[in-house]
Design a protein around this ligand. Structure first.
Ligand code: HEM
Length: 409
């Protein structure tokens, strides 16, 4: 075990944490580090991360716990956020199992396939107004739109309400971007507004039942059966919004960037788009921005260290997915990699991402449209911008592309 995490972080690494993670992984499997923001164990290697993701002695910490770590005055300022989010029925325990069970049928491959035509339609509507000869910021003008519309429709949000819903969603993400008091405070008003809004949708659906393929009906059924309250369902809705929107958008951008940055893989993929699911698995593996933080419920002996009861354990999915022992030449997007789908980008075990099928279908549909219609697609050199996220992760914040460059195909 090492306590020297900070020595790995150098200014020149700040925009590409994968080099730092590689050095850490090579030197040690498990680290402990302290900072003003967080004190935590950090696990870096694939087999360990995979095993610990399914270890029930480690539980997902609640937002409430993070809020409780702020000063009393700060906690008082965050009361609205605390009560909006901490009633979530997706918190650990029996309610997690009940709600997960009720939601899982909604996200099976066959249910997700039924959404495909609508996702195709939304995808086309995003590209239609764009001038294919002019640069467009792919991250902000394209990737964010599709998952936002899809999740709004899944939650039963009326089309005219979608813009305000998306604005709330952008604010809420600040909770996870910074993990700091300021981020929580900035997210508070929107989170409260959003949970009230979803509570109203669920209550309305209970009072005025109607045939609909959205999740509001599933939420209303759970409330009618006494398995959850409308507020709890609203909190689940907020979780789905945050979980489903930002991460899918981030992965769409990173996938397109990864393909366009590798001419050999690009031409192989463009020549045969049936390789898309494999290419998406590879991009998810290489670019995992997902994270998994746990709290030890009891003392847990692991890999020569003890995670003491109450301590935080950060399982670095990004590092695990680049572990050379499991994925040789791990930073390459390899269309022939045999074990590409064993990546951990969607976690593993009891918390495995509920939206994994949906996210992959959205990325597939968008990429299919983009690569199929714009084979000459190019990145505008010098426009790639990144942002460093907590816990050695990073995301693209800008990537200009020209869909059909003059003189191109
Ligand atoms: C490429 C996009 C996505 C990635 C990489 C991703 C990744 C993850 C990961 C790593 C976890 C588990 C974290 C942990 O173990 O603590 C998770 C959980 C979850 N994800 Fe996703 N996710 C994505 C898209 C989605 C979408 C589209 C939805 C739904 C609309 C969704 C809904 C959820 C939910 C509800 C959970 C919590 C499951 C539970 O606690 O039982 N995710 N996701």
């Amino acid at each position: 075990m090492s306590e020297n995490y900070p020595e790995f972080t150098r200014a020149e690494d700040s925009l590409d944490p994968s080099d730092v993670l590689e050095r850490m992984r090579n030197q040690d499997a498990i680290y402990y580090f302290k900072s003003d923001m967080l004190s935590t164990w950090m696990v870096t290697r694939y087999e360990d991360v995979r095993e610990l993701l399914k270890d029930e002695r480690l539980r997902t910490p609640s937002i409430e716990k993070r809020i409780a770590s702020f000063s009393e005055d700060q906690q008082a300022q965050l009361e609205g956020l605390r009560s909006a989010l901490t009633v979530s029925a997706l918190a650990d325990g029996d309610s997690h199992r009940v709600v997960r069970n009720a939601l899982k049928d909604y996200f099976t491959p066959s249910s997700i396939n039924k959404m495909r035509p609508r996702v195709r339609e939304v995808t086309a509507s995003i590209f239609e107004p764009l001038d294919p000869k002019k640069p467009v910021d792919f991250v902000n003008a394209i990737s964010y739109r599709l998952p936002a519309v899809v999740i709004a429709e899944i939650l039963g949000v009326a089309r005219e309400d979608a813009p305000k819903f998306m604005a709330w969603s952008k604010d809420m993400i600040k909770i996870y971007k910074q993990l700091e008091f300021s981020g929580f405070l900035e997210a508070q008003d929107s989170t409260v507004a959003l949970t009230e809004f979803v509570t109203a949708i669920v209550n309305d659906r209970i009072e005025n039942p109607r045939e609909s393929a959205d999740l509001a009906n599933v939420f209303a059924e759970l409330v009618k059966d006494g398995k959850a309250t409308a507020r709890q369902m609203a909190s689940v809705g907020a979780t789905l919004l945050m979980a489903g929107h930002e991460s899918t958008a981030a992965q769409i951008s990173k996938f397109v960037d990864a393909v366009l940055s590798d001419p050999a893989q690009k031409s192989e993929l463009f020549a045969d788009l049936s390789k898309l699911p494999h290419a998406i698995a590879e991009a998810l593996r290489i670019n995992s921005t997902s994270w998994a933080v746990r709290t030890a419920l009891e003392d847990v002996e692991f890999g020569g260290v003890t995670f003491k009861k109450g301590q935080s354990v950060y399982l670095s999915i990004m590092s695990a997915n680049r572990d050379e022992k499991v994925f040789p030449k791990s930073s390459d997007l390899d269309l022939k990699r045999g074990n590409a789908r064993t990546h951990l980008a969607f976690s593993h075990g009891p918390r495995y991402c509920l939206g994994a099928n949906l996210a992959q279908m959205e990325i597939q549909e968008l990429a299919n449209y983009l690569f199929g219609n714009y084979p000459g697609l190019e990145v505008v050199p010098g426009t790639r911008e990144h942002q460093l996220l907590p816990m050695l992760r990073h995301k693209l914040t800008r990537l200009d592309v020209v869909l059909a460059p003059r003189g191109g195909n």
